[in-house]
Design a binder for this molecule. Structure first.
Ligand code: SAM
Length: 479
């Protein structure tokens, strides 16, 4: 059986078999890849006596952790070790093949390294959880922190999840669709394109592209591409992203800066610079038992102290500058408001259709925008060209709704829709886009479900069913 993990050529069982090295495989032979010497020299001088422990931790396999989706209510991993700083986070004793877990495809949980989940605690201690906030994740793909942010908002706030690199937007959207929230918009822009949204956001997260020193033990590419020059380049790029990002925060709002690297140029220096640009450093209260190292300009996770990767983060509050901008309350010009007298179509599909405004886009897709957040969606719609707004519901065909896959995964789905409870084996065959059928399944649109979580639509006929899983969502692995 060929797993996704194997397809990368990376075999974690070889990580620890040579000091200062990790291994990757190419066909049948393995090449030892040393950690870069200048990196080790610098860490030795930065860490002093702790260096041997640090190095030893780098030679161990990376811990595996997941974060449950509270909106989906999956009951699982209850015996797994909890992550102290996130109520939904768990360490797993070993790495399962996530592709073969239907609950993963249903958005029941996200696979995320544990240190990154500290962002949840940073929000809790600063702006609070479940608040009506406008949040921007400026460097969002593949979406780990976006799913964390939107869970921290619940249904109350608005998240704009942005990714500049076009081919990373698809995976980002997929992960957010699985997560199921209707209060998220996705955009595909360079941070410098956001000038019309200056002062719009209460929270901006810049989870910056970095030299990746904190990922060396799980990503051989990070070590292979590292050089002192790449650290300089990353630091300059981060400064450019932050220069654009800091304008987007409204006065009193917060900017969270994070990387997965250890060096001063990319971390502390950038935060110190932010503190000279109308921001003040916000100190957090993190229990000592968590092992996070407090530095002058931020918080660093080292792998010998924290069970997770080398994450760095800092929270800054904007003390002056941008005022909140005036919000727009008109939908995009090419959207048609859905006719009032046809709105009853959505009853039975959504748990609270009256919470939404419905529109038809030029490609005939119907989207639902949460009424209480419509001005945020429309302001983003009027300010950015490449964006997707609203929960995609489906299309009308001869006055009947053909529901979208996004709707199958949405947290707003009506709980009484017909469901076919599949075994794990059936669910995996459904996810391979095979047509399944059982006599007692309700005819018509039926949710293929596993352990109560929808994974897609089937149209059940008298002697067969049609599987409506989009082809690009299909799992390619052999079962
Ligand atoms: N926040 C993501 C998560 O938790 O899943 C990880 C983000 S990753 C550390 C950094 C992201 O920044 C990448 O998706 C990368 O494509 C994007 N990026 C690269 N260059 C960029 C630039 N010049 N401006 C903004 N984002 C950039």
């Amino acid at each position: 059986m060929k797993t996704q993990e194997a397809a990368t050529g990376f075999n974690s069982t070889n990580i620890a078999d040579h000091p200062l090295t990790f291994a990757f495989h190419f066909f049948s032979f393995s090449i030892k890849m040393p950690f870069p010497e200048p990196f080790l020299d610098r860490m030795k001088s930065d860490m002093g006596q702790e260096f041997p422990d640090f190095l030893n931790a780098l030679e161990q396999p990376a811990p595996v952790s997941i974060r449950l989706n509270p909106a989906k209510g999956l009951v699982a991993f209850s015996n797994a070790e909890p992550i102290p700083w996130h109520p939904d986070g768990h360490y797993l004793p070993e790495r399962p093949v996530f592709t073969l877990d239907p609950r993963f495809h249903a958005g029941g949980y996200y696979v995320q390294e544990a240190s990154s989940m500290l962002i949840h605690e940073a929000l809790r201690q600063t702006v609070g959880l479940g608040q009506d906030l406008k949040v921007l994740d400026l460097c969002a793909a593949p979406g780990g922190k976006s799913t964390l942010l939107v869970s921290a908002l619940g249904r109350a706030g608005f998240l704009l999840s942005n990714e500049v690199i076009q081919n990373r937007v698809g995976p980002l959207k997929m992960n957010l669709e699985k997560w199921g929230h209707a209060n998220v918009a996705v955009s595909n822009h360079d941070p410098e394109d956001f000038e019309k949204l200056a002062g719009f956001f209460d929270v901006v997260l810049v989870d910056a592209p970095c030299s990746g020193e904190g990922l060396f033990r799980k990503d051989e590419d990070a070590a292979r591409h590292w050089s002192a020059a790449s650290v300089e380049l990353c630091s300059a790029r981060q400064r450019r992203i932050l220069t654009a990002g800091l304008e987007l925060v409204q006065e009193g709002g917060i900017l969270i800066y994070s990387t997965c690297t250890f060096n001063q140029q990319e971390n502390g220096d950038n935060v110190e610079w932010l503190a000279s640009q109308g921001f003040e450093f916000v100190k957090l209260d993190l229990p000592e038992t968590w092992g996070v190292t407090e530095q002058k300009w931020g918080y660093q996770c080292y792998p010998h102290r924290v069970q997770g990767e080398g994450f760095f983060f800092a929270v800054l509050r904007k003390t002056g500058g941008s005022q909140a901008i005036k919000l727009k309350n008109n939908p995009p010009k090419d959207w048609q408001r859905f006719p009032e007298k046809q709105l009853s179509i959505f009853e039975g599909w959504l748990s609270q259709p009256s919470d939404f405004a419905f529109f038809t886009k030029p490609d005939d897709a119907i989207v639902a925008v949460p009424l209480v957040l419509a001005d945020s969606f429309f302001t983003v719609g009027a300010s950015l060209k490449r964006r997707s707004l609203g929960l995609e519901i489906g299309e009308l065909k001869k006055n009947d709704l053909v529901p979208s896959h996004t709707l199958a995964l949405a947290n707003e789905l009506h709980p009484d829709l017909p469901k076919a409870d599949l075994s794990k084996d059936q669910a995996l065959h459904f996810l391979k886009k095979e047509n399944l059928w059982e006599t007692d399944w309700q005819r018509g649109w039926t949710l293929a479900s596993f352990e109560g979580l929808p994974i897609g639509w089937m149209k059940v006929l008298d002697n067969r069913s049609n599987n409506y899983l989009p082809t690009n969502w299909r799992i390619r692995m052999d079962l």
